[in-house]
Ligand binder design. Structure first.
Ligand code: ZN
Length: 301
């Protein structure tokens, strides 16, 4: 049976542009959406990422970061729109444990299994990324670790991928953080891939006219070697011959044979706050048209 994807609007984050896009000046800030997803399949209910614990907690990471959230963007309110309470959710999957992805896990009872890649939990307590992993969030996961059935640890680096339920699989991301994972769900429309923060901006990373043929761009926020991060994004773009790519902080696009073939106009012209698209406002229409029609001569097959 196929999964259905419901997007959860969990507010926004505003922070220094240079934290997201390499070589930015650091003068501007940028506002981007924070998203989670409710996946349903018959009686099965799964949540992918839970947003931030509280908008003010974003200030801890510095770089002018702030969280923005209206009451209707609270996780409970977003789930309620679909008639779902935390008690109804069987699994909570975390692409990674950063401050804006794993902040409301304690809303779920211990009968809900939280699914995390073991490497990510280890990395979260390593002290290597400081306030990006708030103690409130991570200590709660340790409580789950000691509660039978409350935490499911994956070993994706060793297994190469693990199944959660039929048609729902986790794969090692290989980038952004040491233990990030990508989540792949089969829907009636086709394969959907939640890539966490391997891709922040479709426009800057996957549609830039300055990139060499078949290349992909990186964010300026990753902890693995640059070469590893590059390979991780390339692997992501070929996770299936054709799939829907859902970044945590940008709008979904359709990818076929490694190219964005549909949905780019949404990522280019989104109207939320001071979003990705507005970085390049005033750009030439020709350039935009070229971005919307990526070359097809590549050998991404
Ligand atoms: Zn994020």
């Amino acid at each position: 049976m196929a999964w259905t994807v419901h997007t959860l609007d969990l507010g926004e984050v505003e922070l220094n542009t240079r934290r997201l896009i390499p070589n930015e000046s650091g003068i501007d800030t940028l506002r981007l959406p924070v998203q989670g997803w409710l996946l349903t399949q018959g009686e099965h209910k799964v949540v992918v990422d839970t947003g931030f614990r509280h908008p003010d907690i974003l200030r801890r990471i510095g770089d002018r970061a702030v969280g923005i959230e209206a009451p209707h963007q609270r996780l409970l309110a977003q789930l309620a729109r679909h008639g779902v309470t935390p008690e109804d959710v069987h699994y909570v999957l975390h692409t990674h444990l950063h401050i804006d992805h794993a902040g409301q896990t304690d809303l779920f009872p211990m009968t809900t299994a939280v699914v995390v890649n073991r490497r990510e939990l280890e990395y979260a307590v390593s002290g290597l990324s400081g306030p990006s992993y708030p103690p409130e969030d991570i200590k709660h996961l340790i409580d789950r670790l000691h509660t039978r059935g409350a935490l499911w640890l994956l070993d994706l680096e060793g297994t190469g991928g693990e199944n959660i339920l039929p048609g729902l699989r986790c794969l090692p991301a290989g980038g952004h953080t040491e233990g990030s994972m990508i989540v792949v769900a089969e829907t009636e429309q086709g394969t959907v891939c939640f890539c966490g923060d391997l891709v922040y901006s479709v426009r800057h990373q996957l549609l830039s006219p300055t990139m060499t043929l078949n290349d992909v761009g990186l964010t300026s926020n990753y902890v693995v070697a640059r070469r590893s991060e590059k390979a991780a994004v390339k692997r992501l773009m070929h996770v299936a011959p054709k799939f829907f790519l859902y970044p945590s902080h940008d709008w979904p696009v359709t990818v076929e044979n490694g190219w964005v073939i549909e949905g780019a106009e949404k990522t280019l012209r989104a109207t939320m706050g001071r979003c990705w698209c507005q970085l390049t406002e005033g750009g030439h229409a020709d350039e935009e048209a070229a971005l919307l029609n990526p070359p097809t001569q590549g050998s991404h097959t």
